[in-house]
Structure formats: C-alpha cells, structure tokens
Design a protein around this ligand. Structure first.
Ligand code: HEC
Ligand code: HEC
Length: 419
C-alpha cells in the first residue's frame, strides 16, 4: 500500500472516531473501533475463488443481516425519540435495501455481450428498486398535522375561576375591602410591596385551586423570593373565616385576570426581582414541558418537532440553536424581522399561543394552560442562550401603565377562553 493512502486512511478513521465520540460518547467510539477492527480482520482473509452464489445462498446470507440491521434501526430510532412512523419508515428502508441487493446479486441469466447490455441491466435494476421504494413508502403513514393534533389529549376547558365582568368587579371590591392592596400591588396599583406584585407575577396564570389555597393557607407555599422569616409570616391566615364562599369565588375570578401578554412573569421582592428567563427552577420545569414529560401538561411536546436537543426533527420547525433566526414570514401583517436573540417576550408568547397558521405549529394556547407555555419558552431560549453562559440577568421590564393595560384589552391580546 502506498504511504499517502495509509495517511489518508488514518485521518479518515480518526475523524470518524472523533465524530462518533462527540455524538454518542465513549460507546460510539468503542463501536467505531470495533468496526475498524472487523474491517482490518476482513482484509486479512484470503479471498476464495469467486463463484456465483445460487439464489437460495444469496437470500440465506442476507436475511440475518437485514433482520439485525432492522432491529438496530428500530431500537436506535426509538432511543432518539423518533415518532413510531419514522421507526417503521427506517425499517422499511432496510427491507427495500434487501430487495435491491438481492436483485443486484441475482444469478446472471445470460452472458453480457456488450457495454450496452450492462448499462441496460443496471438501469432496469435501478428503476425496479426505485419503484419498490416509492410504492412501499407511499403505503406508510404520512404526517398529517390535523390528525396528530386531534389525537392530542385535549384537557377539558375549565371555566372554574373565570367569569363575567360583574363577578370580576365584585372580586376587585373584595380585594380592596380586605386590605390586600396594603401588601400587594397589582401592576401599577397598590400601596406597598410587602408581598409579591400579583400583576407582574401573573398570579392569573395559576389554576384557581392554587390561588384559593394561597389565600386560605398562605403558609403552605412560599412565593419565590419571599422566604425570609418576616415575609413568611406576613400574609394573614384569617381569610378563610372572613370571606364567604361567594366572596372567595369572586376574589379568585379577579385574580385570574392578572395576566400580561407582553412580558415574562416576574418573581421576587421589588428591587431584587428577576424574570422567568433567568429562573433555573422554571427552566427545569420548562424542559419537562418541552420534552413532553410534565404531568400537568400532558399531550404537549415541543421536542417531537423542535427536537430534544434543539435539532429540529421536522423540516421547517424553528431551530432554537440559531440565535440569528428571524420570525416567520407566513403570517400576513405580523412579521417583525427581529433576530431570535432579540425577540420581545410578546412575540414569543404570541407565536407559541397562536401558532403559525397552515403549519404544524399549532395554536397551543387554545389547548394548554399558558403557565406551562411560558415555562417551555423560557427553556427553549436556553438552546441559543445557555443559562450557564449568561453573564447577567435580563433586566426586569418596567411595570405596565394603566393605559398600556387597557390597550391589551382593546387590541384583543388576550385569548378566549383564558387558559
Ligand atoms: C400583611 C400583608 C399581606 C396582606 C394584607 C395580604 N397578603 Fe398576600 N401575601 C403577603 C406576603 C408577604 C406573601 C408572600 C409570602 C407567602 O407566600 O406567604 C403573600 C402571598 C400571597 C399570595 C401567593 C403568591 C404566590 O406567589 O403564590 C397570594 C395569592 C396572596 N398573597 C393573595 C392575597 C390576597 C387575595 C389578600 C387579601 C384578601 C392578601 N394576599 C393579603 C402579604 C400579604
Ligand atoms: C407538530 C410540530 C410542532 C410542535 C409540537 C411545536 N412546534 Fe413550534 N414550530 C413548528 C413548525 C413547523 C414551525 C415553523 C412554522 C413556520 O413555517 O413558520 C414552528 C415554529 C415555532 C416558533 C417560531 C415562530 C416564528 O415566528 O418563526 C416558535 C417560537 C415555536 N415553534 C415554539 C414552539 C414551542 C415552545 C412548542 C411547544 C410548546 C412548539 N413550538 C411545538 C412545529 C411544531
């Protein structure tokens, strides 16, 4: 063997090993070494005199290989979270390959007499294999977004805690009369910041049962950033006795309206606040949602299309790893041309709740509670802006003014029903 061939071969083998190692870790490197080892052994084997195999020998040799290969494809595809129909497709490809190679090794029927003969034969084999390929793949299930969406486990829309304007107005009165404003601001309104700003925190994202429990048993769950001894004991525990059942329902209805379609939820004490973009607990929970593992957001799974590692599983799905992606151009009158890293909170929220019409990116906000969608967004952002590489937290946005809040309503920025 020539020395330059050896050098090229060694370089190719080492790059292959490195690629396997960086993708699959040590197991990948070992598998690569094993393949090289087997190849080296095969090179040592003295070639037997070439003999044409019979059709039966040909099949007997290929069937076990194809079965093992199909099994490996099936398991690997499952391991990398490919949907089942992709697994079936991969295995089908392996079977098509089996037919193709069986055809190639078919016993020569007639001796070839000219170049023209073998050209025709190769072309015929190619055409036959392509036909098998097309016919088989056309029989496989195709991805149909409508059908996939209808399969999603839609939780029933709960109207509990949501009510007409009268109930909400009554709830606001209960809030005022019970001195809640003495400790809680609601966006710009209120007297002190002893407790969390229930507007910027977006307490309305939480389920009605959780809000009710926080009022009746305030010591059970501490609001994030309020776990100093003084704040722990600040919220009165007598509201269970003071409030009638109806007052409580109205109060919760009012609290459920505390949402902001333009900003990430904000936690903590005034002056030491942070947004969910930088909240590692929220991001960890967001990862569960993103990967379809969150028990409260069953059926929601961004990873099936956008990929568990941010590598899109579906062509066209946004690649979250690329900070320079611009937003979609498919929504008439709503294209900002902003780079992903500069997307305002409002754009994230709008896209994820409303989707991109006529694409598999569905309006998830009509099906799933927005509490979990915000969390999934906070996690999705870490693909191009990893938490551990951040040098500073995102600045906490200014509290919206009364005019701004009124504009959300007139501009129809809330979705109906509010999930
Ligand atoms: C004396 C001050 C004070 C008053 C009055 C008060 N709260 Fe609180 N509240 C707090 C503090 C401090 C916290 C944060 C610590 C905690 O979670 O217990 C809190 C927490 C809460 C939470 C939980 C927030 C979260 O992050 O989950 C809700 C909901 C709430 N208050 C609602 C109310 C309502 C409704 C009223 C009036 C009926 C009220 N509070 C009256 C001080 C107060
Ligand atoms: C069924 C597949 C599917 C699922 C599930 C899915 N997406 Fe998408 N998503 C897409 C596709 C396809 C696009 C590209 C749409 C287009 O053509 O502009 C997209 C686009 C996006 C965009 C960019 C919109 C824009 O303006 O360019 C965001 C943000 C996004 N998805 C977030 C999410 C989040 C967060 C989840 C989970 C809550 C999710 N997606 C679930 C398929 C999906």
């Amino acid at each position: 063997m020539k020395i330059d061939m050896i050098i090229v071969g060694v370089i190719a083998a080492l790059s292959g090993l490195f690629a396997l190692y960086s993708t699959f870790g040590i197991a990948g490197a070992i598998a690569g070494l094993a393949v090289i080892g087997i190849y080296a052994l095969l090179l040592q084997v003295k070639l037997q005199k070439l003999e044409e195999k019979t059709f039966f020998q040909n099949i007997r040799f290929k069937v076990p290989i194809i079965l093992v290969l199909a099994g490996i494809l099936w398991v690997l595809a499952g391991k990398f979270n490919f949907p089942v129909w992709w697994q079936i497709e991969f295995v089908a490809f392996a079977l098509v390959g089996f037919f193709f190679f069986t055809l190639l090794d078919w016993k020569t029927l007639k001796l070839e007499k000219s170049n023209f003969d073998w050209t025709i034969r190769i072309l015929a084999t190619y055409a036959l294999a392509s036909t098998i390929f097309i016919v088989v793949t056309a029989q496989l299930p195709q991805f149909d977004p409508e059908f996939e969406l209808s399969k999603l486990n839609r939780p029933p829309v709960k109207l509990e805690g949501l009510a007409g304007p009268e109930v909400i107005a009554a709830g606001r009165e209960v809030f005022e009369n019970n001195k809640c404003f003495n400790c809680h601001k609601v966006f710009w309104e209120g007297n002190s910041d002893r407790g969390p700003n229930l507007g910027s925190k977006q307490i309305g994202l939480y389920p009605a049962a959780y809000i009710k429990d926080q009022i009746l048993s305030p010591r059970r769950n501490q609001s994030p950033g309020f776990d100093d001894p003084k704040s722990k004991k600040a919220m009165p525990t007598y509201y269970g006795e003071d409030l009638s059942e109806d007052e409580l329902i109205a109060l919760v209805s009012y609290l459920k309206t505390m949402r902001d379609p333009t900003r990430m939820p904000i936690e903590g004490k005034f002056g030491q606040q942070w947004t969910w973009w930088d909240d590692k607990d929220i991001i960890a929970e967001g990862q569960q949602v993103f990967e379809g593992l969150h028990p409260q957001a069953e059926g929601l799974n961004c990873a099936v299309c956008h990929g568990k590692d941010g590598i899109p599983m579906m062509t066209g799905a946004l690649d979250f790893r690329n900070a320079d992606n611009t937003d979609t151009t498919k929504i008439e009158g709503d294209h900002t041309d902003k780079l992903l890293k500069d997307w305002p909170d409002a754009l994230w929220y709008r896209r994820v709740t409303r989707g991109v019409p006529n694409t598999p990116m569905a309006p998830w906000g009509t099906i799933f509670p927005h509490l979990y969608l915000w969390k999934a967004e906070a996690y999705a952002r870490t693909f191009h802006d990893p938490l551990e590489k951040r040098t500073a937290k995102r600045p906490v946005p200014a509290v919206p003014t009364k005019e701004e809040i009124e504009k959300w309503q007139t501009d129809g920025m809330f979705m109906d029903p509010l999930l």
